[in-house]
Design a protein around this ligand. Structure first.
Ligand SMILES: Cc1ncc(COP(=O)(O)O)c(C=O)c1O
Length: 400
């Protein structure tokens, strides 16, 4: 009998999430986990109460597949409050199981096999498998340190008649870049020129520093009708396990997205959609305080990383710091990350997992700081004593 593959070719084209693997290693070694980006602090009482009330009120059955009415209404109100853009809750909103499912549903709904999708790199690792699952050909455009800017000619060269979409994540994971209005204008011009759709992942829209402004691509001229805006509850309300996300898009795109979403998951958790409606109505002060609390964490961790021998690039948004690990003298990021978790007691993510070409991230490591102060202090203590555990101590690190 001939050996027949028992799994699909698609599934063979990507590996298990490196980020989740690092979390497993962190648990195994009792390390402080600064790898997978989820908070270790409490979510707002208000929304936990709302969730508990919804369960006790027997909101236990399927919600409308594209989202409970109350949540869709709250979503369009909140989006208009912050971006000034109005959406129709009946025809332009889809609630999914996290923004992750939104992104997969959007790609499967809008992209045909062989279509090209432009992706900035380093990129959030899910976009690679999303592209593979829908048969898309990714075209990567490099964001360059230290400000993670792109070369306009390189971006222009990535577009052509086969380009179906571009994925834009701002504020960005893993770099902390916040795309400027001028940069988004360049992207918008190319989308209009090539009749391409912009899929924007705005999950960190409220986590901004140093006066950085979040601009929704959909708010630029001619982009309302060609943008799918994706976001969710996970980061802004510290509830990554609730799995509630959403996307806003014109009716023809929404129709297709809703169909794919329905057959993938039927719907997001019904009681948590009720709580999400309460979350979205929270006052502006909530969002301001959230950003301020993350600014304080950033201000704590970045100097610690510097002292420990990393070269961090301070983020302008989101809650990650990319660092340069060249000083430590390890051959690559994966070897270093494994050593760091086992011997140094801190888990971080190898930079190569954010690049199509592993070599590009082989001396980079990403930390996140969605952690209580005491967790960050425990990490700091370990990071600062790292140099004494190094297998080989580069001259530059043994000084001081
Ligand atoms: C850029 C980005 N998009 C999406 C997600 C996942 O969001 P959700 O929990 O809504 O699926 C993450 C989580 O780390 C992320 O960093």
């Amino acid at each position: 009998m001939s050996a027949r593959a028992r799994v699909s070719q698609k599934s063979l084209r990507f590996t298990e999430s490196v980020i989740r693997e690092m979390t497993r290693l962190a648990n195994q070694h009792g390390a402080v986990n600064l790898s997978q980006g989820f908070p270790d602090f409490a979510a707002p009482e208000l929304i936990k109460d709302a969730a508990a009330r919804a369960v006790m009120a027997d909101v236990n059955q399927y919600a409308i597949t594209w989202g409970a009415k109350r949540l869709r209404d709250a979503l369009v109100a909140k989006h208009e409050r912050f971006s000034g853009l109005a959406f129709d809750p009946e025809r332009e909103v889809t609630v999914c199981c996290g923004s992750t499912e939104c992104m997969a549903s959007v790609m499967l709904a809008l992209v045909d096999p062989g279509d090209e999708v432009v992706v900035f790199e380093p990129y959030y690792e899910n976009y690679g498998p999303d592209a593979i699952l829908c048969g898309a050909v990714p075209r990567f455009v490099r964001l360059r340190e230290p400000d993670w800017s792109f070369e306009p000619s390189e971006l222009a060269a990535a577009f052509n008649a086969r380009t179906r979409a571009i994925v834009v994540n701002t504020p960005n994971n893993p770099t902390g870049k916040v795309f400027s209005r001028a940069e988004l204008e360049q992207i918008a011009a190319l989308c209009r020129k090539w009749d391409a759709i912009a899929v924007t992942d705005e999950i960190y829209e409220h986590i901004l520093y140093d006066g950085a402004e979040h601009v929704s691509l959909a708010s630029l001229d001619g982009m309302r009708e060609r943008t799918v805006t994706v976001s969710g509850l996970s980061k802004t309300w510290s509830v990554t396990g609730w799995r509630v996300g959403w996307c806003l898009a014109p009716p023809d795109l929404t129709n297709a997205i809703r169909k794919v979403h329905d057959f993938l998951t039927v719907g997001a958790p019904a009681p948590l959609q009720e709580a999400a409606a309460v979350a979205l109505a929270m006052p502006d002060e909530y969002y301001r305080r959230l950003a301020e609390s993350y600014r304080e964490r950033r201000e704590f961790l970045v100097p610690v990383l510097e002292r420990a021998g990393f070269k961090p690039i301070p983020p302008r948004g989101a809650y990650y710091v990319m660092t340069d690990i060249t000083e430590f003298g390890f051959p690559d990021d994966v070897t270093f990350a494994r050593w760091l978790v086992a011997e140094g007691g801190v888990a971080a993510v190898p930079g190569s997992s954010f690049y199509s070409d592993a070599a590009a991230g082989s001396q980079r490591l990403r930390f996140h700081f969605a952690r209580k102060r005491e967790t960050l202090e425990a990490a700091a203590e370990r990071l600062i004593s790292l140099r004494s555990h190094l297998p080989v101590r580069p001259a530059s690190l043994t000084r001081g």
